[in-house]
Ligand binder design. Structure first.
Ligand code: DSN
Length: 423
């Protein structure tokens, strides 16, 4: 289905750029987007993020700015912070971090000194670069010690985490990550942080929407600081938030501004406020639970087709497949699936013998397809396309990939995506 042209002003001023935006809209409409950190934002979120609020400089915080003319901006930022506090049940929220990595860096600035020991999950085990991994500034400027998952179960071994924490006495312990298919036991991490005297940071970027919708336990009673991006399951604009108990509010605010950033991106703050409003509606609870139901149904269908899933399945929105038994490297499969209209990312799996740029796994998730209204009854078809696509990747069958692409586009045409142009 060809989407109508949109963005009239852009088309006149810069037709070359307008054509690229139009092509991206068409791609997002036609394909089955399975990258678990992506989503489709609503038209309302898109509109808020494209407003004249972006014309305004607002260094500081509401009521304490270094620039005048904040009559409206202060109210926008207060709306966003009040909504974040109400939705997640926290004392304090800072909505200014530009994205997840700067948000996490601000946590280091708030609670640690360069050279201090910090602890997080190793990146190839499912953690995040900013949890002290070596190539990140957080691993270069701090001494990162890393925990993982057990080889036999794919699950976090809390005895190992506790032993490491008591031995290394980190200033910060991060829990959460980017490729964790199972429920995070925030209470267990909190106990270890207490025993070892660390500040516990729950990085819930991937699962923030599930938490808001009651489909994953909340870190709020357990973690000292909650860090999240706003654009994944939370379905907001690209941005981030830091939330905490009152006792840490000043340290966090000072670290974000003036410690790390200049003026907040007010248009993003506005769009975060809209997304938080949407996430507070009863329909968002349905969405969050549907994301998990879809992921579980997809995992079942993949297992039935002989796929090897890390930890044996999923509790959340995300599935990590080890393609070693299918005899296809993750990158080869991901690129073939892309040609078949199924967008995934190649990913390391725990204890991966291959390199991160050419790993054994593929990571998929259900936030985007659920935003389009696909339900559990569609998951066997999705698993079937993935299976056929991976087989075609191994055999080099481009005709099969083209056939899958047409079938995918057919189904997706029946499920218009939020925020994309319609007639
Ligand atoms: N890149 C994000 C993800 O895809 O999970 C994390 O930074």
């Amino acid at each position: 289905m060809t989407l109508p042209l949109s963005h009239p002003a852009l088309s006149v001023t810069d037709p070359e750029l307008a054509a690229l935006v139009g092509a991206e809209e068409q791609l997002q409409a036609d394909t089955l987007r399975l990258i678990p950190s992506e989503n489709y934002v609503s038209q309302a979120v898109l509109e808020a993020s494209g407003t004249v609020l972006q014309n305004k400089y607002s260094e500081g915080y509401a009521g304490r700015r270094y620039y005048e003319g904040q009559q409206n901006i202060d109210q926008v930022e207060r709306l966003a912070t009040d909504r974040a506090k109400a939705l997640f049940g926290v004392d304090h929220a800072n909505v200014q971090p530009y994205s997840g990595s700067p948000a996490n860096l601000a946590v280091y600035l708030a609670f640690a000194e360069p050279g201090d020991t910090v602890m997080g999950m190793a990146l190839p085990m499912g953690g995040h670069l900013t949890h002290g991994w070596g190539v990140s500034a957080t691993g270069k400027w701090f001494r990162g010690v890393q925990y993982g998952v057990r080889h036999d179960t794919g699950l976090i071994d809390f005895d190992e985490v506790r032993d490491l924490a008591l031995k290394e006495r980190p200033k910060l312990i991060f829990c959460g990550g980017t490729a964790l298919p199972r429920t995070i036991d925030f209470a267990a991490f909190a106990e270890i942080a207490r025993e070892s005297g660390a500040v516990l940071v729950a990085d819930v970027a991937h699962i923030a929407g599930l938490i808001a919708g009651g489909a994953h336990p909340s870190p709020v009673p357990h973690a000292d600081v909650v860090s999240t991006t706003t654009h994944k399951t939370l379905r907001g604009p690209r941005g981030a938030m830091l939330m905490s108990r009152e006792e840490h509010a000043k340290a966090i605010d000072k670290a974000v501004f003036p410690g790390l950033q200049g003026g907040p991106h007010n248009q993003t703050t506005a769009a975060i406020a809209v997304a938080l409003h949407e996430a507070a509606q009863p329909s968002f609870r349905d969405y969050a639970h549907a994301v998990v139901d879809n992921a579980k149904a997809l995992a079942e269908a993949l297992l039935a087709r002989g796929f090897d899933l890390v930890s044996g399945g999923t509790d959340n929105h995300l599935i990590l497949m080890d393609l070693t038994p299918k005899d296809v490297p993750g990158k080869v499969a991901a690129k073939a699936l892309d040609r078949a209209g199924i967008v995934v990312n190649y990913n390391t799996v725990p204890y991966d013998p291959r390199k991160p740029f050419d790993p054994s796994g593929v990571r998929i998730g259900t936030p985007s397809l659920t935003s389009r209204g696909l339900a559990t009854e569609h998951m066997p078809a999705v698993a079937g396309w993935i299976d056929r696509g991976v087989t075609a990747a191994r055999t080099g069958d481009e005709d099969e990939l083209a056939a899958i692409r047409a079938e995918v586009a057919d189904l997706m045409a029946a499920f218009p995506a939020p925020g994309l142009p319609t007639d």
